[in-house]
Design a protein around this ligand. Sequence first.
Ligand SMILES: NC(=O)c1ccc[n+]([C@@H]2O[C@H](COP(=O)([O-])OP(=O)(O)OC[C@H]3O[C@@H](n4cnc5c(N)ncnc54)[C@H](OP(=O)(O)O)[C@@H]3O)[C@@H](O)[C@H]2O)c1
Length: 311
Amino acid sequence: MEVLVSGGSGFIGRAVVAALRQEGHRVRVLSRGTVPTPSGVSWARGSILEPNRLPAACRGCDAVLHLVGIIAEVGPQTYERVHVDGTRNLLAAARSEGVSRWVQMSALGTRVGALARYHRTKWEAEEMVRDSGLRWTVHRPSIVFGPGDGFVNFFERMSRWSPVLPLIGGGRMQFQPIAVEDVARSFAGALSRPATEGQTYDLCGNERFTFRQLLAEILRVTGRTRVLLPVPWALARVQAALAEWVVGRMLGRPPPMSRDALLMLRDDNVGDPGPMKRAFEFEPMGFQEGIRRYLPAGPEQKSGARPSECR
Ligand SMILES: NC(=O)c1ccc[n+]([C@@H]2O[C@H](COP(=O)([O-])OP(=O)(O)OC[C@H]3O[C@@H](n4cnc5c(N)ncnc54)[C@H](OP(=O)(O)O)[C@@H]3O)[C@@H](O)[C@H]2O)c1
């Protein structure tokens, strides 16, 4: 098939492109070009916020895998514009060019009336896809880990220099992380499995971790000992507002934490991996096994000694 991957140059997009190419598909990537496009694919340069450019990007494609999304708002890239208007624009272009198959990137926690605008706008996008008349599949991943990820690498980098890691809200909320390769095979696999049409899948691993346990796993793998310091929600909110102002507004970059992302952290981010495992026929990679592949191993890990415990 000829497949358009919107956001195919991003962290997850690159893995999706690799999985598609392995299955023999021809791949076209739609992105603005702020990060390099993977090699071996053609590039349709453009923003999903510019409807005029999108029909040409979709022309001649059999399927669209729509991955573009933002975790933090910067300038014109707001949740409403990117998730809702952008999905509407690309859907219209796909329909006008006769594309019949669509696989949508959503997120676990997406539902009507969710606290976070990220989740509410992802829900609106899902609804547009379900009403589109195309043959659709929706994927909702939990936190995605793998080389180049945002979450694990952020806390690993922080633990290089900081004696303390923040346990936001006490760190009791739960996650069910999934490897980027498993997300990628679910996207690519949907194209060859008609039974996945009209279905919405939770993409998550078998294991549930609290936020505290996730940080402890990162410290265990890197062999570091750091204090896990509870940060009350109110203080985290002040810090997030500051980060939005300084990093988002003044530097024009996505802040490491936003008030909307804090709202997401108030909910457990867990699901049922059963339907995904049955539909795409794989067992998800374990979190510790997965992060060992790309985090620097600590001296205890290299020598095989017992890892340091976090406090
Ligand atoms: N990472 C996770 O843990 C996670 C979990 C659940 C769901 N998701 C969802 O997965 C998707 C991908 O996440 P990611 O972590 O791979 O993000 P990412 O690394 O930031 O990649 C985003 C991609 O979208 C492109 N893009 C951004 N704005 C665009 C626009 N206006 N028009 C066209 N392309 C645009 C970017 O390229 P340019 O900047 O060059 O345009 C890039 O290719 C998102 O929808 C996200 O909500 C991620």
